[in-house]
Design a protein around this ligand. Structure first.
Ligand SMILES: Cc1cc2nc3c(=O)[nH]c(=O)nc-3n(C[C@H](O)[C@H](O)[C@H](O)COP(=O)(O)OP(=O)(O)OC[C@H]3O[C@@H](n4cnc5c(N)ncnc54)[C@H](O)[C@@H]3O)c2cc1C
Ligand code: SF4
Length: 511
């Protein structure tokens, strides 16, 4: 190759041949740079499933680049000369290749953006950052949406996007005459359970993935979780198959059961597409289009399709806007002054609370838990206990295969922990064990009673819920959406309050 014109940087969550950084790519004078480094698996204690997914998907993408004849500088993690961090690897590459320019698509992590920008600047070049077209809107669009608003609400943001992109719209009005169908959606299974569920498509490891699995088992042996069930899509073809299988078999019931739980059933009617979306094996536009097309073809009802599209066009875009407009300060926020340590059993699942045991064991086994398990089991417990948000953030970023900071942090810190003081969510998602029982949690087989708040059999969620209300009564009483809960608290007499405090003390003593 003559003098290198452009070095295109591709990170582990930018695995699309059409990514903006490739615009104008000329194999005769440009090259791609990718690096596997220990730091990305150790800055938080990443689970084996998460590490394996990123490495396998990166290696499959490298193969695709090579088969297209795109020159590639690829550093493997097991290369003895590997320098261990993206910054060090990039610095060495820039010194060696001296490209005229360096181009990258907007990354998914503020820390990574800063370190890459610093290295490129120190080498005397300017990093050309391009917008990520996998999202419907840019961060600048989100800032404009924020401008002049006293408070942000996902619902209004989502309606704006529905109108702007003409999704599920007719003559300027929402299809079906309503923006949401919560009354039809969000049901629990009856006592008989979900019955026979459609199996999601899972992928057998090919030789490349098997090689990565062996590497992760050896190199990251002490990291959490196991790889026995690894079956995530690792390339574009598999991601498209996963999308098609969801649209055909699970989308029709997605809406109705999107908030339901059932013991021993990790997938239910969820799409399992978050990792493929976040690694950019799938594009959010094509996922939304596929769901809308299923409605138009009559193969999925409007309430399910709307419920699903709301997650992607609504929540996913919204949390990205929050992340990039609020960082870096956002990661430090702790509006409830929560300071307790994350219980050590979050890393093992060894607890006698059946709902937490199920959600944690499943998380460690598959690198996956559905939204209600994350928000209303693992997240809720940490909120009620008062776990320091940064510790919980590190846990969520470690254990899930779809975890990238732009999406994980606002969900953890904002939605689940109310640590941003209400920027993301209009009130804390606080509930007792009765909520978990109602939505299908395993209370029937648990040693605790979700209806009891004091005494030996009191469900820790229920006890901690009342303790949470007592600890934060002043702040909660100023929130109109918490009025009913605060009123219920006022009905509790001093003797009962003392019994709750005693039970909390005993729970804390026993870890
Ligand atoms: C504490 C906490 C941490 C979370 N961490 C992550 C994370 O690291 N990565 C991640 O992708 N999602 C995260 N979420 C959001 C959500 O739980 C997952 O996207 C979802 O469970 C992934 O499973 P699925 O693909 O089967 O989703 P489905 O239930 O099938 O939903 C469809 C898609 O909608 C999108 N989506 C749904 N809810 C959200 C949301 N709240 N924010 C952003 N996108 C959403 C996802 O892309 C998902 O694939 C978190 C939620 C909570 C409460
Ligand atoms: S009783 Fe409480 S701890 Fe046990 S499963 Fe139900 S909600 Fe979870």
């Amino acid at each position: 190759m003559k003098r290198l014109r452009t070095l295109v940087l591709v990170l582990g969550d930018q695995l699309d041949l059409q990514v903006a950084a490739f615009d104008g790519f000329d194999a005769a004078q440009d090259a791609v740079w990718m690096a596997e480094v220990d730091e990305e698996s150790t800055h938080v204690w990443s689970s084996k499933q998460r590490i394996a997914l990123f490495l396998s998907a990166m290696r499959h993408f490298a193969q695709a680049l090579q088969s297209m004849g795109r020159p590639l500088f690829y550093r493997r993690i097991d290369d003895p000369d590997n320098l261990g961090s993206l910054a060090a690897e990039l610095q060495a590459t820039l010194k060696k290749l001296a490209p005229e320019q360096v181009v990258m698509t907007m990354p998914g992590d503020w820390r990574v953006l800063q370190s890459i920008r610093d290295v490129v600047t120190a080498s005397g070049k300017v990093l050309e950052l391009r917008d990520d077209r996998h999202f419907f809107i840019t961060v600048a669009d989100f800032s404009r949406h924020m401008h002049g608003r006293k408070s942000l609400r996902m619902e209004y943001f989502y309606r704006e996007l529905r109108q702007r992109f003409g999704v599920l719209m007719q003559d300027g009005k929402p299809l079906g005459g309503a923006w949401n169908f919560d009354a039809e959606n969000r049901q629990a299974f009856g006592p008989e359970g979900p019955g026979l569920l459609p199996e999601p498509v899972r992928f057998q490891a090919d030789p490349l993935t098997r090689e990565v699995i062996a590497l992760v088992k050896a190199r990251f042996a002490k990291h959490p979780g196991s790889l026995d069930s690894f079956a995530w899509p690792v390339n574009r073809e598999q991601a498209l198959q996963a999308l098609q299988s969801f649209i055909e078999h699970r989308l029709p019931m997605f809406g109705r059961y999107q908030d339901a739980m059932w013991p021993g059933e990790p997938w239910l009617y969820h799409s399992l597409l978050s990792a493929a979306l976040n690694l950019k094996l799938l594009d959010a536009h094509e996922v939304v289009q596929a769901a809308e097309a299923a409605y138009k073809a009559g193969s999925a009802p409007l309430e399910s399709v709307e419920g699903f599209i709301r997650q992607i066009l609504g929540w996913r875009e919204y949390v990205r806007g929050i992340y990039w407009t609020q960082m870096p300060g956002y990661a430090e926020r702790n509006s409830l002054n929560a300071s307790r340590d994350l219980p050590a059993w979050y890393w093992t699942g060894e607890t006698d609370m059946a709902c937490l045991r199920d959600a944690l064991k499943q998380t460690l086994q598959h690198g996956y838990a559905h939204h209600i398990q994350r928000l209303m089991v693992t997240g809720l417990f940490a909120l009620l206990l008062g776990v320091e948000p940064r510790q919980l953030h590190a846990w969520y970023l470690s254990v899930y295969v779809d975890a990238v900071e732009w999406v994980e942090l606002p969900n953890t810190l904002g939605m689940s922990q109310y640590a941003d003081g209400g920027l993301m969510a209009s009130k804390p998602y606080a509930a007792t064990g009765k909520y978990i029982q109602r939505m299908g949690g395993p209370c029937g087989t648990c040693r605790y009673d979700p209806g009891a708040r004091t005494g030996e059999r009191a469900c820790p969620f229920t006890t901690l819920y009342w303790d949470f209300l007592m600890r934060h009564a002043g702040m909660l009483s100023r929130n109109a959406r918490m009025a009913l809960q605060v009123k219920n608290l006022e009905r509790i007499d001093p003797a009962e309050r003392a019994a709750i405090a005693l039970r909390v003390e005993s729970l804390l003593r026993h870890g």
